[in-house]
Write a protein of this length. Structure first.
Lengths: 109, 115
């Protein structure tokens, strides 16, 4: 069956450093979404990627979808304390949105 | 406010109690969902309602009973829960069933503790 791994599980970075989280699937994904959940909060939709090799940017955030549509990444440039939270990838399969295990980002001031 | 409102925000209940969680959205969305978020597990889909018809029951125990009287309201009725059911219960909605390029809109959740 389909397996999707999100890594790393935790990431601690100094403020100003970059951060990247990855989702890797054993099978081709039709599309992938990314969500952010602040501590004590709820998941908030960030973006959806659909096309092979697609790259989208939102200010300091860069989202990529692999050429084979089997992996995706979220990269944050020059992290700030407001970036703290857990970042989830999510994908559709059998008309259900399934979430990855998430990467919890903490920022060291 | 996200546009999806969940009440109560916090709930403590005994194993013999009966309680209900409520979710309301006025975004004009046609699909609503219940997710469970535990400390050591990823977000788990519980139920899916499309145009107020249940289309998915993700092997959820019968002690959880959903109800969707219309496309704006969703309930989760709870009875004879177990301590391991303690979790954050999140309601979400989307414009259309299935895939949504605008993503799912989540409520703030109900933090449930079963004692």
């Amino acid at each position: 069956g389909q397996q999707v791994m999100q890594i790393p599980q935790y990431q601690h970075v100094q403020e100003g450093e970059d951060f990247t989280t990855y989702c890797n699937s054993s099978t081709t994904l039709s599309n992938i979404q990314w969500y952010k959940q602040r501590p004590g909060g709820h998941p908030v939709f960030l973006i959806q990627l659909v096309k092979s090799g697609e790259v989208k940017k939102q200010k300091r955030l860069t989202f990529q979808f692999g050429e084979a549509k089997k992996n995706s990444s979220l990269h944050i440039t020059a992290t700030q304390t407001t970036d703290v939270g857990t970042y989830f990838c999510a994908w559709f399969g059998n008309e259900k949105l399934t979430f990855g295990t998430g990467t919890r980002l903490t920022i060291i001031p | 406010e996200t546009g999806v409102t969940q009440t109560p925000r916090h709930l403590v209940m005994g194993m013999t109690n009966k309680k209900s969680l409520k979710c309301e959205q006025h975004l004009g969305h046609n699909a609503m969902y219940w997710y469970k978020q535990s400390a050591k597990k990823p977000l788990e889909l519980m139920f899916v309602y499309n145009f107020k018809e249940q289309t998915e029951n993700n092997s959820v125990p019968s002690r959880f009973s959903p109800e969707c009287p219309n496309s704006s309201h969703l309930f989760l009725h709870l009875h004879t829960l177990q301590p391991e059911d303690s979790a954050l219960y999140l309601c979400a909605s989307s414009l259309m069933p299935g895939q949504s390029s605008y993503g799912y809109t989540f409520g703030s959740g109900t933090r449930l503790t079963v004692v």
